[in-house]
Design a protein around this ligand. Structure first.
Ligand code: SAM
Length: 240
């Protein structure tokens, strides 16, 4: 998300990675991908490399790739993985990977189809790809005036390059020739404002400048025990 960078981004990713929902999604991805020792795995847009580390623990030969050198620096400290600074928009490594994982990356990029094409081309014959992304257009917030919520969430969606990425992942893969797709959808529900604001930037006034009325309405709903938010996340698996 463009709203974070540097240490703030790393802190945000760390908070997200502790979420039970994110852990469940990652567990599901690992279960579906069935990575075996020696397989060549690419964590595309690896951030601090949580998933790269997981695949390395399974005995895979892991490349962690990100265009942010600071992220690559963090991922590079994980034993047994190769960390590379590179822009996925120019990725040109045809047939080099048995498995590709890319989590919460495509919502941020300028040309997601170009990157999906590059990733699919990087798969070896029969290789598996797993994309995970949020659908910010499906975010709902209850307990606050609907018109105000629509207005604020409408502005928030303009901050994210591709806010509805989650729901589009499967068709983007299919258009690039990926077959045998499997889609899993998850709904992250929170009834505590502090918990939700830790991972949903539009709920945190320190992150997103929004109308004061929005943040006071959120706090009022929370104090009354009426606050609820739900956010869909999609995981799509396919084969080359
Ligand atoms: C929200 S973070 C997710 C990181 C990691 N996949 C995770 O789940 O913790 C998005 C990551 O994608 C990287 N990224 C965004 N656009 C990229 C691009 N065009 N090429 C390579 N990395 C990119 C960012 O630098 C950032 O580390």
């Amino acid at each position: 998300m463009a709203v974070f960078d540097g240490q703030d981004m790393r802190d945000y990713l760390e908070r997200v990675s502790r979420q039970p929902l994110v852990r469940a999604i990652r567990d599901q991805g690992v279960e579906l991908l069935k990575v075996t020792p020696g397989e060549r795995v690419l964590d595309a847009g690896c951030g601090p490399g949580d998933m790269a580390a997981r695949f390395a623990d399974l005995g895979a030969s892991v490349t962690a790739m990100d265009h942010d050198p600071a992220m690559v620096g963090v991922a590079g400290d994980i034993p047994g993985i190769t960390a590379v600074t590179a822009d996925l928009a120019t990725l040109d490594r045809p047939g080099e990977f048995d498995v590709i994982w890319s989590e919460r990356v495509l919502q941020h990029v300028h040309d997601p189809d170009q990157i999906v094409g590059n990733l699919v081309r990087a798969l070896a014959p029969g290789g598996r790809i797993c994309l995970v992304d949020v659908d910010w257009t499906g975010l709902v917030v209850d307990g606050v005036d609907d018109d105000l919520t629509d207005q604020v969430l409408g502005v928030f969606r303009t901050v994210v390059a591709n806010p509805s990425m989650g729901r589009t992942l499967r068709r983007r893969l299919v258009r690039h020739g990926v077959v045998k797709t499997e889609v899993k959808a998850f709904l992250g529900v929170s009834t505590e404002l502090a918990d939700a604001a830790a991972v949903i930037p539009v709920l945190d006034e320190r992150v997103i400048p929004g109308p004061a009325a929005w943040f006071s309405a959120l706090r009022a709903a929370d104090e009354k025990g009426e606050f609820l938010t739900a956010l869909p996340v999609y995981l799509v698996l396919g084969s080359a």
